[in-house]
Design a protein around this ligand. Structure first.
Ligand code: ADP
Length: 378
């Protein structure tokens, strides 16, 4: 989603954007007797080809009774010439408003956010649809079958697919009305914005909102003690992703890419982003690497297979795994039974377990310890 909004309150941008702000400036907050623009409640305005979206930030306690205000705001904008559709959402005003991104080289992200978690690893991609979520979930499964305590945080709030892919539904319980209890399936604790909002509800996010939603899913969730927490990042390498990488105490990042050159260019952007914020890139996974015919087992290289491995070499990062394009991977993950769990004997499950071994060895240093001394016989 392209955010064409000007800084909140500023009358600038396209004439339609100015007209939208003008219309919203006539919508009054009934409790506060002032208009919602002057009160700074209109956020994340997006105007694109006649389609308008924005959020109205409200005190969560007033949320339920402000539905008429939301509707009034939508109608005011809808009445403008040139407006084709309007989507307004009420969002909770957070007291700890997301601060601007810290410059790099500072004290680094705070570990206090998730004190019981030993390592946090981000799974990222330069663009959407490359299989990032599928990889994140199967990586988490691979770590869990090693006997580790694993959490999975769906930070892909633009398209939270984890509830479906993990076979989970419903709202998470809460212990004391404050901390949410993650939902668990296949031995992995999960949290996703998809548990809190219906999958088809229109959500509009701007950078700081993304960060505060993710901070809530880290800090206001009872993760307990975990060996490793996998974060399924929002796709892309924009401001939201950069801020997330700075603000969350990441032990490392895995970049998922398809073999097409264009995707590899995107992968390079991901790599540079993590390098900028000094998060170690654990390596690249090539997804949809080649096609394995489910009928005859024939292997076809549809795209220039091997591109990611070559690219990893050029860029000086490790190549962690190549996962074929195979309908069974889609069917199992979209059906809520990730392949590592549902087809543990398949070569694909083995590839994901290999990925999990590599990631764990890198973050924990265990691989190095386990390798023992090198004995050379002269
Ligand atoms: P992203 O998180 O990058 O947007 P997803 O993990 O949601 O991508 O994957 C997009 C779609 O592609 C899903 O339907 C998923 O099941 C499918 N998919 C992902 N990886 C593979 C694969 N290796 N083989 C077949 N289908 C795949």
């Amino acid at each position: 989603m392209t955010d064409t909004a000007s800084p909140s309150g500023a009358i600038s941008g396209t004439p339609l954007e100015a007209a939208v702000r003008g219309a919203l400036a006539r919508v009054m907050d009934p409790d506060r007797g002032q208009d919602i623009v002057s009160l700074g409640m209109v956020q994340g305005l997006v105007v694109r080809d006649g389609h308008v979206g924005f959020s109205i930030e409200v005190d969560p306690a007033r949320g339920p009774k402000l539905e008429p205000l939301r509707q009034a705001a939508e109608s005011a904008v809808h009445a403008l010439p040139g407006v084709l559709s309007v989507t307004a959402v009420l969002t909770a005003e957070s007291s700890g408003k997301a601060a601007p991104a810290k410059p790099t080289g500072g004290a680094g992200p705070s570990k206090a956010l998730v004190p019981g978690v030993s390592f946090i690893v981000a799974v990222a991609s330069g663009k959407g649809g490359v299989g990032k979520s599928t990889t994140a979930i199967n990586l988490a499964m691979g770590l869990a079958v090693k006997g580790l305590k694993v959490g999975l945080l769906d930070a892909d709030i633009y398209g939270p697919s984890m509830p479906r892919m993990m076979g989970l539904a419903g709202r998470p319980d809460t212990k004391d009305g404050k901390l949410l209890i993650p939902k668990k399936n296949h031995g992995v604790s999960c949290m996703s914005i998809g548990f809190l909002v219906p999958e088809d509800s229109p959500m509009i996010w701007r950078g700081p909102m993304v960060m505060s939603a993710i901070e809530q899913m880290l800090g206001q969730v009872d993760w307990g003690t975990l060996d490793i927490l996998i974060i399924d990042m929002p796709p892309g390498t924009g401001d939201a992703q950069l801020t997330l990488s700075q603000r969350v105490p990441l032990s490392g990042a895995v970049i998922v890419s398809t073999p097409q050159d264009i995707a590899l260019l995107d992968a390079r952007k991901g790599l540079n982003m993590f390098r900028k914020v000094e998060v170690p890139v654990l390596g690249i996974v090539e997804n949809m690497s080649y096609f394995l015919c489910p009928n005859c087992g024939h292997r076809s290289e549809i795209f220039a297979h091997g591109g990611a491995r070559r690219e990893a070499g050029t860029l000086g990062v490790d190549f962690l795994a190549e996962i074929p394009l195979d309908p069974v991977i889609r069917e199992t993950s979209d059906g809520g039974h990730p392949i590592v769990i549902s087809r543990p004997d398949s070569p694909h499950a083995a590839a994901y377990r290999g990925l999990a071994d590599a990631v764990w060895a890198k973050v924990s240093g265990e691989g190095a310890r386990r390798a023992g001394p090198k004995i050379t016989i002269a």
